[in-house]
Each structure stands twice: as C-alpha cells, then as structure tokens.
Design a protein around this ligand. Structure first.
Ligand code: IPE
Ligand code: IPE
Ligand code: MG
Length: 247
C-alpha cells in the first residue's frame, strides 16, 4: 500500500503533540574541509545557522528548542579549537541575547558550569535572568553538557537525600528522577534532529530521549535552514508514535 502523502503544518493545523525539538548541530568541521577553509570558519558559519534553527522553531510554533552546542567530551579537542569555540560563544551570546529577547524567547543553559570561564558564566546568568519572563518559546542551550554527567549528578543528589533520611527508596520515581536532572521542568524531546549524516546521540539527553523520534537530514550544520527545520517537523507529523502500547 502506498504511504499517504505527508501533510504540511498548515494542513495539520499546527504542530499538535510536538512540543520540544532538540538538535545535535554537527558537521562544522566537515563543512570547512569541504570548502577548503579553516575549522574556525566552519564553527562561525555554524553559529549563523543557529538563527535559522530558532526562526524555524518559532515559525513552526514549538514550545522548546534545545541546541547541543558543546559536549563534555568536546573539551578533549585541541586547545586552539576549544578556545575558538568559547570565543565564538561569547560573541554569540553578546550579539544574540538581544534578538532572542525581542522575539519573546526565554533562554536556559544546561550543562556543567565547572569548566566554563567566569565571564561566560556571568553572561549566561544575566541572559537567563533577562529573559526569564518570556513565554513565546524556551531556547535551551546544552553547553559543556554530558548526559552521563547529568545522570550521575542527579543520582548523587537523590542518594544524598536518601542518606539524610529525607526520602525513602520507594519515593524515587521517574518523575522524581527527571526533576533532579538539569532539564527539570523541560518536557522530554519529541524530535531529535542530527545533521552531518552521523546517527548517534553522542551523550545527549540519554534519559530524556526514551521515546524521541529521530531525523537525520543529509546536510552539514552550517547549511541548515529554517526550511530544513520545517521539513523535519512535517516528517515528524506523519509518524505514528506508540510508546509501547497497541495503536
Ligand atoms: C559540531 O561540528 C560543532 C561541535 C561539536 C562543537 P564538528 O566540529 O563536530 O564538525 P565535524 O563533525 O568535525 O564535521
Ligand atoms: C556532538 O558532536 C556534540 C555537538 C554537536 C555539540 P560531536 O562531533 O562532538 O560528536 P561525535 O564525536 O562525532 O560523536
Ligand atoms: Mg562532529
């Protein structure tokens, strides 16, 4: 039997159950190699594509957009690449916070702050504070983020509460565990997009992705546009999620 034609967001009358899209923004290095340019230019172009993703998400009407910007393992890259990425991040935060704020977007940064420089931490705190009451969309940036790190830190927190007699073992439910994660109060991602052709999570939202749908557009992150965002969302709308139950 032929597959029914994919419906557009307009035909479906909105994004329905799709609340949260998360993106693994991968392929900056390969983009640079392909264009015979330094990796740093790939990252710069990649930072520009972030705007496309935000606009794509706002246009589609999703409530949460999470962007994987820097993983806990990315600290193992050569020092000059790490410092290029951190410099770019500072520049990006300085420039984009105003735009994002004007668009009514709330900013939230998740990840370990331990290895971030004090000036970046300050910028993050200020941006979170400034945009705290915006409600058009929440933009979550995963920075120095590792899902195993996050799960361990939640486990330690819960174990401490149990050890102190503030919580009993059977009070540790999925809801309690979710609340102890850095993503507390952010719904699980419905759709995870990864560019570059790789099909892996790379330590991203391991707990939260339990029933996520995946999309692997065949393009490198700097080439990603709002139309690619929309195409991934429309493909998602045609899927049948079962959550383990009988349809
Ligand atoms: C993604 O692009 C950016 C970060 C991981 C910070 P990459 O730098 O991983 O690009 P590729 O995968 O080498 O092409
Ligand atoms: C994942 O990309 C992290 C980000 C996009 C920030 P990587 O390029 O670091 O992942 P691997 O090494 O290919 O798995
Ligand atoms: Mg990569």
């Amino acid at each position: 039997m032929a597959t029914p034609a994919q419906k557009s967001i307009e035909e479906t009358g909105g994004v329905g159950s799709l609340k949260h899209v998360a993106i693994i923004m991968d392929g900056n290095g390969r983009w640079a190699t392909y264009h015979n340019k330094p990796r740093s230019l790939g990252h710069k172009k990649g930072a520009e594509a972030v705007r496309e993703a935000i606009e794509g998400a706002i246009n589609c009407g999703v409530e949460y957009l999470t962007l994987y910007a820097f993983s806990s393992e990315n600290w193992n890259r050569p020092a000059d690449e790490v410092s290029d990425l951190m410099a770019l991040l500072k520049l990006y935060l300085k420039r984009e916070i105003k735009t994002v704020h004007k668009q009514g977007v709330r900013l939230r940064i998740i990840g370990s702050r331990e290895r971030l420089s004090p000036d970046i931490i300050k910028m993050i705190e200020k941006a979170e504070e400034k945009t705290a009451s915006n409600d058009r969309m929440t933009l979550v940036i995963a920075l120095s983020y590792g899902s195993r790190d996050e799960i361990l830190s939640a486990t330690r927190r819960i174990a401490t509460a149990v050890g102190a007699g503030e919580m009993s073992l059977n009070e540790i439910t999925e809801a309690v565990f979710s609340k102890a994660l850095w993503t507390d109060s952010i719904p699980d991602p419905d759709l995870i997009i990864r560019t570059s052709g790789e099909q892996r999570l790379s330590n991203f939202l391991l707990w939260q992705a339990a029933y996520a749908e995946f999309s692997f557009p065949q393009l490198l992150w700097p080439d990603f546009t709002k139309d690619d965002f929309k195409a991934a969302v429309e493909d998602f709308l045609g899927r049948n999620r079962r959550f383990g139950a009988r349809p």
